[in-house]
Design a protein around this ligand. Sequence first.
Ligand SMILES: [Zn+2]
Length: 311
Amino acid sequence: MDRTLRPKAWMCIAAAMGAGTSQAQNKGQKGQPQPDHPTVTVQGQSYTPRSILARNMGTPEDQTTQFPPHKIIGNVYYVGTRTLSSFLIVTPQGNILIDSTYERNVPTIRKSVEQLGFKFTDIKILLGNHAHGDHQEGDALVKKLTGARVFAMAEDVPALQAIKPGGKKHPIDQKLHDGETVSLGGTTLVAHLTPGHTHGCTTWTTMAQENGKSYNVVFNCSLRPQQALTPALVEEFNRSFKLVRTLPCDVPLGDHPAQYNMQDKYGRLQKEGANPFVDPAHCSAEADIEEAMFHALLAEQKREQNNAPKK
Ligand SMILES: [Zn+2]
């Protein structure tokens, strides 16, 4: 194992190797837990790197337990688990899946797709949020079961190729570059490069129609910063924080459902007339949290460097 790996990278590789317990998820390099500092407060809520990771991942049970599959808006559906997002976009010429999650979740995603009344084998295109095992470990199995064409942001390809559950080669049929589109049956998705969390982290956008109106749907990539921020990563994050705030957005979604309060919105879906997933006021909520954490980590890193003994 490469000891130079940053805690986040190690966490996801541990997960890809099947050690995906919450204990493993919350531990970084050398078995140390994710630090509980610095603390940032955004909209009256306090966060630490540890609490954000716990919010995202939940328990091992949360990561693998089906969340009731549901329509989000128009032709966009949720088919993931309690804490790992997977989205289905339905078109007359077949369907698009964003995120296979862990390989062991693929049968659960399949069940969700079928419970919504669709065929798993109608998935013609497989896309991904970013090259970590909790989002894209199951790609080879989805490809095997559906024959879907797999698209990947070019900058994420090396990290994707390192995700090989059971030794299976990671499928990549077509590389994408920032701003390129993927279309099927009248639906077009735009791939926005929003690097930092991984080099090819991809924020997908599309338009959905409901009750005669068009809505901008944003499938946000993770903006969660690593503990050790190199100048290159700082540049990537600065670019991404700026870019995500420029994207037209009515329906914010994320790679972990807690980022867009899915459970709460799903609960309201049952009661209310208006679609709770239409939530433009919270389009930058996750970016606000992660950007605050990014600056707090940078400040902490700077303090540590200044306090380090001079050689
Ligand atoms: Zn990740």
